[in-house]
Design a protein around this ligand. Structure first.
Ligand code: 48N
Length: 324
């Protein structure tokens, strides 16, 4: 029986019945089932004797692999030289990516995120509770990306942090000039002397996170590189690689010592981090909670307006550097 015949002739148990739809699709549609031909029936219409079968168009396994391989390695090839690299896809990094890439579609913005799941610490509001607090005026960003909230006067509350993070993530990923490489770690910085003799960050050294976490268990597994005139580092203050660049600047002698994040003080910390978001050494913008480790500013705990505003500030800094 040819492959086409297998897919034409429903065998018992071979195709899972799809009880929610009246599969009045014609035979020809089986080859290219268009969801529009499925008519959802009301919930009382599901009957035990439903004998339709939901069919997919036939596929070869290699087609699936090649569809992924072609795209991923095209991205790696094309983004080996980017315009702006953002390290860390937490609330600060994603806010920066959105602010940058939505205003400058001409720029190739590449986000490197160590976790499989981007979003950093912004999936919960605080201590496993779900609501997310954002102090004004950072609520303007919520209106820009279309996240509903409850207004509590000096601050607003998003009913679930995941609503903010998933909305922001989807907005960022829908921008054609953005590439997100998740499960990918920046495991070093490219630092070169520029024509003025200054040490300038001009790219990042990357590896798949599983490799980066296992360097001590295997003989050397060399990384890849991505060069760019501007790097934005927002790798947070905790987590397996928190404050990566802040620590690396110290270990490579480009910064004397870490400032080490200070205790919680919401009113001091958020403006300090937002206003302190800057080019910490030529070519490298630092913001978000990573900056608290670099500068020694306070932490703010479960309020995220400072991360959003730091991301926006970092975008302005990055554009100033890129266009200069
Ligand atoms: O969410 P984070 O950790 O960092 P931010 O700065 O975007 O937001 C911080 C915020 O969530 C808070 O910590 C809140 C406001 N609490 C403050 C407080 O007082 O406790 O995102 C950083 C991202 C994570 O997704 C990491 O996986 C990623 O950066 N990351 C890296 N990605 C690539 N390469 C690396 N070397 C790396 N290190 C971390």
């Amino acid at each position: 029986m040819t492959l086409a015949e297998v897919y034409k002739k429903p065998q018992s148990g071979s195709l899972m019945p799809f009880p929610l739809c009246d599969m009045s699709v014609s035979r020809t549609a089986v080859e290219t089932p268009a969801l529009s031909t499925l008519k959802l029936v009301g919930k009382n219409d599901i009957s035990e004797d439903y004998n339709g079968a939901y069919r997919f168009a036939p596929i070869e396994e290699a087609q699936v692999s090649r569809a992924m391989i072609k795209r991923y390695f095209n991205i790696m090839y094309e983004r080996a030289v980017s315009d702006i690299v953002i390290v860390g896809a937490g609330s600060a990094g994603l806010s920066c990516a959105y602010s940058l890439a939505s205003r400058r579609p001409d720029l190739k913005v590449t986000i490197i995120e160590a976790n499989v799941a981007p979003g950093g610490g912004a999936w919960l509001g605080g201590q496993l509770m779900t609501a997310m607090v954002i102090r004004k005026p950072a609520d303007a960003f919520l209106r820009e990306i279309g996240v509903p909230y409850e207004d509590e006067g000096a601050f607003v509350v998003v009913k679930h942090a995941a609503l903010f993070t998933s909305t922001l993530l989807s907005k960022v990923l829908s921008l054609p000039n953005v590439v997100l490489m998740n499960a990918t770690t920046v495991e070093d910085l490219i630092v070169q002397q520029d024509f003025q003799g200054e040490q300038r960050v001009s790219g990042v050294v990357t590896n798949w996170t599983l490799v980066a976490l296992n360097h001590d268990t295997q003989s050397c597994m060399d990384p890849a590189t991505i060069t760019a005139p501007v790097i934005v580092t927002m790798t947070g203050h905790d987590g397996p690689m928190g404050a990566f660049s802040a620590k690396r600047l110290v270990s490579m002698g480009l910064n004397k010592e870490l400032g080490n994040m200070r205790g919680l003080d919401m009113n001091r910390s958020e403006p300090a981090i937002v206003n302190g978001t800057r080019e910490v050494i030529p070519g490298l913008v630092m913001g978000g909670m990573e900056l608290a480790e670099h500068d020694g500013s306070n932490r703010m705990g479960p309020t995220f307006g400072g991360m959003i505003a730091s991301g926006i500030k970092a975008a302005h800094e990055a554009l100033r550097m890129y266009d200069s």
